[in-house]
Write a protein that binds this ligand. Structure first.
Ligand code: FPP
Length: 251
């Protein structure tokens, strides 16, 4: 297995624009409640905010955007809302796939797949297959994703490699572990944004965000877009990233 790279090297960004931004898109329900609308209406407006944010991220020179759309814990919500979120992912892929593919966007879906409806599994496979050669922008949608679940699944894969004689326990290192995560091949996020003023990371990319700068932004997700993204990036630019060292490192 390869030696672990330093966190600074893994982040990959050359200038002060974050190379990889991860977003916890929070506040759809509150946005809807404030308008006397059903929660689903907030999620629908959330998809529009996602479209705006993908555009704005590309314009700002961000290369990787990873968004939290459905967590392993979201199964606790009423079945109607869970089904509505599945429906929104279906609609998003069906409606936006051709446009995103033609714009050079590579789409990845991370999270546990087997529990998703069969048609949705096929659809996300299609989105990944049809954009696999793209590299202008990387959009990763975390769907049925939980960070601890991802780490447990990675540990199982490593254990299987040991049982099959491909790996010795002493050969397991950080780079090898990261290579078994759903995010294998993606750089670590430089900036993690959570909207709606809540200040938690909620099991989103716990391994990958070990050195991410965190911005808690006030807008509810349906109100998010280019202006709020730029504000978060400006906040990030003012930070000093040291990665455990004494002197700042380029992020
Ligand atoms: C959190 O807000 C948001 C979610 C659990 C779903 C996020 C989904 C979208 C933005 C749209 C779906 C996009 C795709 C691509 C499927 P919340 O419902 O917890 O809001 P609240 O805290 O105000 O109740």
């Amino acid at each position: 297995m390869k030696a672990a790279t330093s966190p600074a090297a893994r982040s990959g960004g050359g200038d002060d624009v974050p190379n990889h931004v991860a977003i916890i898109m929070d506040g759809n329900g509150r946005w809807a409640a404030a308008r006397g609308l059903p929660r689903g209406a907030g999620h629908e407006r959330g998809v529009e905010a996602l479209r705006r944010t993908v555009e704005a991220a590309g314009d700002l020179g961000i290369s990787y955007l990873t968004v939290y759309s459905f967590s392993t814990e979201n199964w606790r919500r009423p079945a109607e809302e869970v089904n509505a979120l599945f429906g929104l992912l279906r609609a998003y892929v069906r409606r936006d796939l051709d446009r995103l593919r033609d714009k050079g966007v590579r789409i990845r879906i991370i999270g546990e797949r087997e529990s998703l409806p069969a048609d949705l599994q096929e659809l996300v496979q299609r989105a990944e297959r049809e954009t696999a050669e793209n590299s202008d922008f990387h959009l990763t949608v975390a769907f049925n994703y939980g960070g601890r679940d991802e780490i447990v699944r990675a540990a199982r894969r490593l254990a299987q490699d040991v049982i099959d004689g491909r790996l010795m326990p002493g050969q397991i290192d950080e780079a090898g572990f990261a290579g078994k995560l759903d995010t294998a091949g993606l750089p670590d996020p430089d900036l993690l944004i959570r909207t709606s003023g809540e200040q938690r990371t909620s099991n989103f990319l716990p391994w990958q965000c070990a050195y991410a700068e965190i911005v808690f932004a006030n807008p509810l997700w349906p109100d998010f877009g280019g202006v709020a993204l730029r504000e978060a990036v400006d906040d990030y630019r003012a930070r000093e990233r040291r990665f455990g060292d004494v002197a700042p490192k380029a992020g």
